[in-house]
Design a protein around this ligand. Structure first.
Ligand code: PEP
Length: 256
């Protein structure tokens, strides 16, 4: 790579798990386990119900709260949605967008995700932009086409100079929550492709700075090898982030 490795980022996506009291219990153990670790970024995306309390509990720690989703408008008649203005007003600037569960269960398409990306950037937020192919697409040899399309559509409303604020997450759909991790070769190949496409869209300097996370059945037992790959800068973790011990082991990946 010929450049310093980017700062590692270990991210928890709690999906629709944990009540407020379960979140408090998690943090009271987890924060002790990671105290003093300041050479990497850590964030946790809880449900919206937990988010405001989490913001307060994380004040003064190195762990950042994140949202799992948002709508692109600031306010209005959009029942059930949460806006960038609401998130930033409570101190949340990280937001996961385009997660495969949003794409596949809730039918969010590239156009909607692109609008959300543009809105996040224009509100000074840092989107964690998820891309990834389904098993069927991989088996048909369409992985690179799918990744290139998702990436370019998600970034199309964003100025080149703002692309550096985007965090990309490569999450092969077939590896999410299935216990099936992509092989190291598959991960590195997809990450290198994404970095090279970011280079074409926003320039090589930005491409070298953008962090690309891997997500899909990351566990304490596989994180060290995954983090050793040249173009992997972190992980987006679902199931294994729900227990403080297991997420703390992922955060301290070198020790596994
Ligand atoms: C995710 O939700 O982004 C994810 C990768 O889930 P899991 O780690 O459970 O596969």
């Amino acid at each position: 790579m010929g450049q310093d490795k980017r700062r590692p980022l270990l991210a928890a996506n709690w999906k629709m798990h944990k009540t407020v009291s379960e979140m408090e219990e998690f943090l009271s153990s987890f924060l002790k386990m990671v105290s003093g670790i300041d050479d990497r970024d850590i964030f946790i995306a809880p449900s919206f119900v937990c988010l405001h309390d989490m913001v307060k509990l994380l004040k003064g720690t190195q762990v950042e709260p994140a949202a799992q989703n948002m709508f692109y408008k600031e306010e209005g008649a959009f029942t059930g949605e949460v806006s960038p203005k609401m998130l930033t007003s409570i101190g949340v600037s990280l937001v996961i967008l385009g997660h495969s569960e949003r794409r596949h269960i809730f039918h969010e398409d590239d156009e909607l995700i692109g609008k959300k990306m543009e809105s996040a950037i224009s509100h000074g937020m840092r989107p964690v932009f998820c891309v990834g192919e389904t098993l069927e697409e991989r088996e048909k040899g369409l992985t690179s086409t799918v990744l290139k399309n998702q990436l370019s559509r998600g970034l199309q409303g964003i100025k080149e100079s703002d692309t550096g604020r985007v965090i990309v997450a490569y999450e092969p759909v077939w590896a999410i929550g299935t216990g099936k991790t992509a092989t190291l070769e598959q991960i590195q190949e997809a990450h290198a492709l994404l970095r090279s496409e970011i280079g074409k869209l926003a320039g090589e300097d930005i491409a070298q700075k953008v962090r690309i996370l891997y997500g899909g059945s990351v566990k304490p037992g596989n994180i060290k090898d995954i983090m050793g790959l040249d173009d992997v800068d972190g992980a987006l973790v679902g199931g294994a982030s729900l227990e403080p011990e297991s997420f703390a082991q992922i955060v301290r990946f070198e020790e596994n």
